[in-house]
Design a binder for this molecule. Structure first.
Ligand SMILES: [Fe+2]
Length: 144
């Protein structure tokens, strides 16, 4: 094999490997949802986040939003098992994110202050280092 042919095949192999890993990453990143409110699994209880809004949202004023992991049982924070990030979405768009260091040194919740000018649907997305990505149920916030 000439050097040029070798380089061509090396480049093609690299592209195939790259696109394969991108596909694997995308399918892994699909958030998991609560399947049944009546009978949540142990993993769902401690991983499905819940979005809580304090008080009534008023246009142009700060509103406190907390995302807790999980909705029934607090997610453990240990050196081997922790929450890597918590994201806040408004009408499906990410508007805030908190990243946590490795090792379970941070609590499994995040507090945000947001300003709204119209009613929105808020959701939380979290990533556990062992159990993957989870999304909350949507919370509708009416702005006065
Ligand atoms: Fe976990």
């Amino acid at each position: 094999m000439e050097r040029r042919d070798f380089l061509k095949s090396a480049v093609v192999a690299g592209v195939v490997l790259t696109s394969g890993s991108v596909l694997a990453e995308e399918s892994k990143s699909e958030p998991q949802r609560l399947k049944s409110k009546d009978n949540p699994s142990a993993l769902e209880q401690s991983h499905v986040p819940v979005v809580e809004v304090s008080g009534k949202a008023k246009a142009g004023q700060w509103t406190d939003v907390t995302i807790k992991v999980g909705f029934m049982k607090e997610h453990p924070s240990t050196p081997e098992h922790w929450i890597q990030y918590i994201k806040l979405l408004a009408d499906g768009k990410e508007i805030a994110q908190t990243n946590y260091p490795a090792g379970g040194v941070a609590p499994s919740n995040a507090a945000f202050k947001i300003k709204l000018d119209k009613s929105v649907k808020l959701e939380g997305i979290i990533n556990c280092n062992l159990h993957g990505i989870w999304i909350s149920e949507a919370v509708k916030v009416d702005v006065a």
